[in-house]
Design a protein around this ligand. Structure first.
Ligand code: KIV
Ligand code: ZN
Length: 508
């Protein structure tokens, strides 16, 4: 009988720690509902002490999803653990995931504590979790750069105090596959009581080894893999859930492992997370990149025509990609429109559907054929955006080869119109400066990119910008067939997110 690998999804926690990412409570809930369909075993819904919105997200997800374990992260202190316990109050299967560092580097530079002191904190933390739940995951942060004997001692103490899952994070993505799997083997042989708990692996992808490390560890006895959709996460991210699931599924006989992941939901889940986070997927990304099932070279195409098995080990249909490329247009009805959105993984409220349909019709008037990418852009940018503290009313641009670019922008704040005019180094710069004058938010532009969402001269331009405010980065997005308008919308979107994230007062 093959062994089950439990899938612990951390898209909404470690995934959301990716630079510039910010999901609001509603977006997190929607992703969690899709993770439920994907059939992950545990959804790590957030880090409740870190922000009001993380606390709320854990709470809402705990209320809405009763047939999965819901986890919340907490450092090894009472305040964090109490916040996690409180946020998980309505969960049917709550898991508190508490952690403390175990490497000497972290003890010295981050915690400034002795090994003995840290063991004491670990013991007290796990004991405190018991006040709220019997499902306790304990992580020794930076486990892979820790002294093995000390690490084993820490895990033993965690078990003695009630931990049911021991997580072994490769926090900085430093380990090599053999090294990491040997560590799992070492712990299995040297931690008393380990046979009664689950060993979990949590690998970061700094050297591109997160998935390889996780799979090899599973062959040595780890029974839970922590991963995220599209591999999003801190720095280079975490092990990608779609890769972990497909490796185990494709090679199940050789690995003697299985997961309960519903493979058919992979494309839909990946799509939803990419469009909600604005973290687009590289075309050559394994499993979910747009080229993952395309064959370009003549010899490959020839082989494929003769028999798919010549060059294909996976089928697009298996992960839920539809082979039909249905194009919608201005004559398409509401029914076809809703069906297509459902196929893309979106579940909208009636009000949102109404707004999306209206926007779709007006774009179809301008542009004719509307493809999947256009639809995703509409839903993400025009329908489910966060609260509009600042709303674009109009803009005028004066620009050319021999004149200084000037932008006049009108923005509504609480229904009142505020206007500003500014020069700039090009129309986008002038517009951003005019907007700054109105919002009075000090930001630094970290990144600006534009891409055509679809093909052709009338393609929608999607602008993505990252700005920082008081050390916090946010991502703003805007779409339009006019790239200046898309840029202005993206910038205003970022300002709205700053207000929401930092809970700032508007100074107008
Ligand atoms: O990478 C890490 O060490 C973590 C811990 C909180 C488990 O994310
Ligand atoms: Zn991590």
């Amino acid at each position: 009988m093959a062994n089950k690998i439990y899938i612990f999804d951390t898209t909404l926690r470690d995934g959301e720690q990716a630079p510039g990412m910010h999901l609001n409570v509603k977006e997190k809930l929607e992703i969690a509902l899709q993770l439920q369909k994907l059939n992950v075993d545990t959804i790590e819904a957030g880090f409740p002490i870190s922000s009001k919105s993380d606390f709320e997200a854990v709470k809402e997800i705990s209320k809405a999803i009763k047939d999965r374990s819901i986890a919340a992260l907490a450092r090894a202190n009472f305040k964090d653990i109490d916040a996690a316990g409180e946020a998980l109050k309505d969960a049917a299967n709550p898991v508190i995931h508490t952690f403390i560092s175990s490497s000497d580097i972290h003890l010295k530079y981050q915690l400034n504590k002795t090994r003995e002191e840290v063991l004491q904190l670990a013991a007290e933390a796990v004991k405190r979790c018991k006040k709220y739940t019997d499902n306790i995951e304990f992580s020794a942060m930076d486990a892979t750069r820790s002294d093995k004997e000390y690490l084993a001692k820490m895990y033993e103490i965690a078990i003695q105090n009630g931990a049911t899952v021991l997580n072994v994070p490769d926090t900085v993505g430093y380990a090599l596959p053999l090294e990491y799997s040997n560590l799992i083997e070492y712990l299995l042989n040297n931690v008393r009581g380990i046979e009664n708990v689950i060993i979990s692996v949590h690998c970061h992808n700094d050297l591109g080894l997160a998935v390889a490390n996780s799979i090899l560890a599973a062959t040595k006895g780890a029974r839970q893999i922590e991963c995220s959709v599209n591999g999003i996460g801190e720095r280079a991210g975490n092990a990608a859930i779609e890769e972990v699931a497909l490796i185990i599924d494709t090679r199940k006989k050789d690995l003697d492992l299985y997961t309960d992941i519903n493979i058919k939901e992979i494309a839909r889940t990946s799509n939803l997370v990419a469009s909600m986070t604005g973290y687009l997927i590289a075309p050559n990304k394994a499993i979910v990149g747009k080229n993952a099932f395309s064959h370009e070279a003549g010899i490959h195409q020839d082989g494929m025509l003769k028999d798919r098995s010549t060059y294909e080990i996976l089928k697009a249909e298996d992960i839920g990609l539809s082979s039909s490329k249905l194009i919608l247009g201005k004559h398409s009805g509401r029914h076809a429109f809703i069906k297509r959105l459902e196929d893309l993984g979106f579940s909208l409220s009636d009000e949102e559907l109404e707004k999306a349909f209206e926007r779709f019709k007006s774009l179809a008037e301008k542009k004719g054929a509307i493809n999947d990418n256009d639809l995703k852009a509409i839903v993400q940018n025009e329908v489910r955006e966060i609260k509009e503290y600042f709303k674009l009313n109009y803009y005028h641009i004066l620009s050319g080869t021999n004149i200084k670019s000037t932008s006049t922008v009108g923005i509504e704040i609480n229904g009142k119109l505020f206007e500003a005019v500014h020069f700039g180094d090009g129309p986008v710069d002038a517009s951003f400066k005019a907007i700054d004058q109105i919002t009075k938010i000090k930001t630094k532009l970290i990144d600006y990119s534009i891409e055509a969402v679809s093909e052709g001269k009338d393609a929608i331009g999607a602008v993505k910008i990252v700005v920082s405010n008081n050390g916090i980065e946010v991502l703003g997005r805007g779409i339009s067939t006019d790239i200046i308008e898309a840029s202005i919308k993206a910038y205003i979107n970022a300002m709205n997110k700053i207000i929401e994230k930092q809970q700032l007062e508007i100074n107008n």
